[in-house]
Design a protein around this ligand. Structure first.
Ligand code: CDP
Length: 226
């Protein structure tokens, strides 16, 4: 096993990146950083403080250092804390999902989170999931994976997950959000979602979570990382 390595896991929303990353992290005792949770954390902060209108404004630069984002381990889970309060459930609500792609378009926010993401990885073996990990955050990652699946299948997965946490939304609302975010993520100017040239594309529309996990384990073995 290589001493320190970085796995960049990018792809569309609701492809199961986070669950996959968690499982890889647990199996191989490495760190998992969910970069989307950081964007969601910023969205939640701006929303709660009534400061969403600062997006795209220079004034936002003064606000960003007030946003403290941490991952705190709780058993097997790693929970996002926003200014010392657990924010894990709130950041996943449909309301925040509807705001987050606009938040992710803001150049100052991307710059602010870029440093934070690189800092988290220092001295650790890491799997980081997101949209621009293999292209921008860690262009030198040891393994880059680009995960995709059809929009309908992704919306079905997300819908099920939301119903399980008690959030009452229709399938259509979730599908609309998936499509809107795909569009926003692939069309934004800064760090758009795109497959890095050297990333391996994995379409898991027809694969179970376990099968997807096994595919990644094979790739890690092929690269000599485990
Ligand atoms: O869970 P899901 O894959 O749907 O989304 P997420 O990973 O929690 O990310 C939420 C949003 O943050 C995405 O729709 C992107 O707009 C943005 N994001 C980003 O721009 N860059 C990243 N590295 C991670 C997330």
């Amino acid at each position: 096993m290589k001493e320190h390595f970085i796995i960049a896991l990018d792809g569309h929303s609701s492809t199961g990146k986070s669950s996959l990353a968690k499982k890889i992290a647990k199996t191989f005792s490495i760190l998992h950083i969910d970069s989307g949770a950081l964007y969601r954390g910023v969205a939640l902060y701006l929303y709660k403080m009534g400061q969403i209108q600062l997006l795209g404004e220079e004034k936002l630069k003064d606000v960003l250092p007030k946003i403290k984002l941490e991952f705190v381990r709780n058993g097997n889970q790693s929970l996002l804390y926003l200014n010392d309060e657990v924010a894990e459930k709130e950041i996943r609500s449909l309301q925040i999902s509807q705001l987050v792609s606009n938040v992710a378009k803001d150049e100052n926010i991307r710059d602010y989170l870029l440093d934070i993401q690189r800092e988290f990885a220092k001295g650790n073996s890491v799997i980081m999931d997101g949209r621009d990990i293999g292209t921008v955050v860690f262009p030198q990652a040891d393994l880059k994976i680009f995960l995709t699946a059809s929009a309908e299948i992704r919306a079905e997965r997300r819908h099920k997950e939301m119903l399980e946490t008690g959030e009452e939304v229709s399938f259509q609302e979730v599908l609309d959000n998936v499509n809107q975010r795909d569009y926003a993520d692939t069309h934004r100017e800064i760090s758009p979602l795109k497959k890095a040239d050297d990333a391996i594309e994995l379409d898991n529309s027809l694969l179970s979570e376990e099968q997807t996990f096994q595919e990644v384990v094979k790739l890690l073995q092929q690269k000599g990382l485990i």
